[in-house]
Design a binder for this molecule. Sequence first.
Ligand code: ZN
Length: 306
Amino acid sequence: MTFSPINDNLARPFQLEQSALRGRVVRLGALVDRVLTRHDYPEPVSRLLGELFVLAATLAGGLKFKGTFSLQVRSTGPVSLMIADCTNDGAMRGYAKFDAARVAALGDAGARDLLGDGRLALTVDQREEGQAYQGIVELAGATLTECMQAYFRQSEQLKTGLKIAVGRVEDHDRPRWRAGGIMVQRVAEQPADDGREEQMEDDWRRTMLLLGTATEAELVDPHLAPERLLLRLFHQEGVRVFEPLDLSFGCRCSRARVEVVLRRFPPDDLEDMKEADGQLVVTCEFCNTAFRFDEPELARLHGKPH
Ligand SMILES: [Zn+2]
């Protein structure tokens, strides 16, 4: 059986008219399958990176920015580094660095075991203004979702409901990675009077109960459009959806960028980095593209005649 996924690879903002709560629904199909299949990490690492992709898409889908939004996890655990980033055009990429032996020793591990102590950083690199906004939170809780919620509570004082899922769905030739999520937030308001505050609390509790009924299978279901899932969950709340951010895989590496980096190294260092055949190979960690430089090219980088 071949499925033709509907409305995949997007982050769509929405509002619940009944309660004025806002959110985003995210669905990742071919994009996350391509990333996780290419990297071919151990299963628990793939799942964790898939979750980071959903979170990055969820956050980027709610921001106004020109440049790159990035989520980065650094930890003392078996997975020492994970990055997922997303441009304002919706180009996403990411990778993980990990100790394969430590990951294997854990077996079927969750975020807490894989990450240990560490930090989650949010960065917005604005191409034009050049300034980077950065928010940081200590890793806390059993999952990346809990960590993200803690970030919003501490840094932005935003009540955040979040449910995400990463899974593999059988296709005709092989199981394919899929991921999805829904975030609902209560936007900070003027202090409300007591009656209004109570109403807002009721709205929040009701919405969280409804969000809690979303199953992992629904969040990644290739036959269930994300908008239909919203209606299924919140049909009595008056769902209004807005233009989505369309997402796709996109790496920004290039030979020219690698050359800029290599020029910063002294020639002796480059000499040490060469492989047995005299070539220097730089592999992009995001997309695994290998850039090869032979001796004349390396000499040219340092402006030497050859
Ligand atoms: Zn690349």
